[in-house]
Ligand binder design. Structure first.
Ligand SMILES: [Zn+2]
Ligand SMILES: [Zn+2]
Length: 67
């Protein structure tokens, strides 16, 4: 399984939610402050961090799974 790099989720960024308020379910998930939190250490992932999605589809820092 390959790791990914956490995208910049700033509203209006390439992989972020819409810059303006909207009704998209995907955008609501991206705006949720819980969404970027690592399932391991509970710290939010930052843009450019290496990560995996775990079996619950939650992000985890790659370094925590590789150690
Ligand atoms: Zn949207
Ligand atoms: Zn972590």
């Amino acid at each position: 399984m390959a790791y990914g790099y956490w995208p910049d989720l700033t509203p209006g960024a390439e992989y972020g939610p819409c810059a303006e308020p909207c009704q998209h379910r995907d955008c609501a998930q991206l705006r949720d402050p819980e969404y970027p939190k690592c399932a391991g250490c509970k710290e939010p992932l930052k843009a450019g961090d290496r990560f995996y999605f775990n079996e619950d589809n939650k992000p985890v820092h790659a370094a925590e799974l590789e150690s």
